[in-house]
Design a protein around this ligand. Structure first.
Ligand SMILES: *Cc1c(COP(=O)(O)O)cnc(C)c1O
Length: 378
């Protein structure tokens, strides 16, 4: 079986976790602080808080700026469900925006148009509270136009950089351009400790609130315990943080390997399928290597995936068309055609195996099997 993904866990990761277990200090202590320091070095953000997963990070990003019932938060249509779910969980309205058909991130022209109309009416203008930007499959969205639009309307831009830790553009790390940036360390991401997340921010006031929100409302700056708001328990364990420190040490190496493998895939698959457009290798982590199949038919995608599965090549769809999932479709009444780029990308995109142990031989098996699958599906 050629696996879609494979966590990169070695003896040092194991030893780090065992050492913590024997230490008797298991939750949010010195290893969490060390993990946050590693993250700051990597992202060059001034403040970081480790949390239990990226969904928790996204949730407290909205809670920290007071998003609540009646508010509106902008969100791209194509992402893992967390991005939209946390908006709903705050009681706010999700304003989905279509994506760019080549890079799959929020389309700045669509964003601009929608904001212009929302902000021209006093009632809705008062309700819009934030913009989520997702870096799909680790590809860092072009932040310049997005920051310009957000700045014009004085709206905080929050980065869902779940897959993008280590990507960089114009000297700025993924997660570091917005008011807040959120990361995931789930096994399907590149650096992992089973579950895990983090949030970075440029403003110390915001970080104080974020740290209180992750820990029952406890003021992170008070000398004797004081509670400044109703918080969650979104803490990370010391075992996870100790593994996280080891994972971040080898992340640059993992990224270099993935970039090499993705470049090789691009060569092998040229003219057969269309890989996600990447303007420069450093812009992405290749958390997932996705390709668009040549004919736009959902049937074909599923048949191609079934063919590959039968021949022991593991694949999956890219990510989700959130407005067309049962919950959002029935709650908001969306139809096919409301987000045409997302319709097409969702219907035609599959993720191919990519992990650091993949060999040249396996890459060519994936290529040959994909060619056969495309023939068989037609
Ligand atoms: C994985 C992922 C998340 C959720 O991360 P968890 O750590 O599993 O909560 C959120 N957004 C995106 C874009 C993701 O890929």
């Amino acid at each position: 079986m050629i696996r879609l993904a494979k966590p990169n866990i070695d003896e040092r990761d194991c030893a780090a976790a065992v050492e913590v277990l024997k230490s008797g200090y298991l939750v949010q202590g010195p290893r969490v602080a060390a993990f946050e320091d590693s993250l700051l070095a990597m992202t060059r953000a001034p403040h970081a808080a480790a949390v239990s997963n990226c969904t928790a990070a996204l949730h407290i990003s909205l809670a920290a700026i007071g998003v609540g019932p009646g508010d509106i938060v902008i969100c791209p249509a194509y992402s893992w469900l967390s991005t939209a779910n946390v908006i709903e969980l705050c009681g706010a309205h999700v304003e989905f925006i279509d994506i760019d058909p080549h890079h799959f991130s929020i389309d700045s022209n669509h964003l601009e148009k929608r904001l212009k109309s929302l902000m021209s009416v006093g009632e809705s203008a008062r309700r819009v509270k934030a913009i989520f930007v997702v870096h799909p499959f680790g590809y860092l969205a072009d932040m310049k136009p997005l920051l310009e639009i957000a700045g014009r309307y004085d709206l905080p831009l929050i980065e869902d950089a779940a897959c993008a830790l280590g990507a960089e553009r114009d000297g700025i790390a993924a997660g570091g351009a917005g008011v807040m940036g959120c990361y995931s360390f789930h096994p399907r991401k590149i650096a992992t400790m089973g579950e895990g997340g983090a949030i970075v921010s440029r403003t110390p006031e915001l970080m104080r609130v974020l740290k209180a929100l992750r820990n029952h409302g406890l003021d992170p700056e008070a000398d004797s315990p004081d509670f400044i708001l109703p918080g969650f328990n979104y803490r990370l364990t010391e075992m996870q943080a100790a593994i996280g420190v080891e994972q971040l040490k080898k992340l640059p190496e993992m990224l270099a390997t993935r970039r090499k493998l993705a470049a090789r895939y691009n060569e092998l698959l040229s003219g057969i399928v269309e890989p996600q457009h990447v303007d420069s290798p450093s812009f992405t982590t290749w958390q997932t290597y996705t390709v668009k199949l040549p004919v736009d038919s959902v049937d074909q995608r599923d048949r191609v995936m079934a063919y590959l599965r039968e021949r022991e090549v593991q694949t999956t769809i890219g990510t989700y068309h959130m407005p067309m999932t049962s919950y959002f479709r029935s709650r908001y009444g969306f139809n096919t055609g409301d987000f045409p780029n997302t319709d097409d990308v969702f219907a035609r995109t599959i993720a191919l195996p990519l992990h650091e142990e993949l060999t040249e031989h396996e890459l060519s098996i994936v290529k040959d099997t994909l060619i056969e699958a495309l023939k068989a599906a037609n």
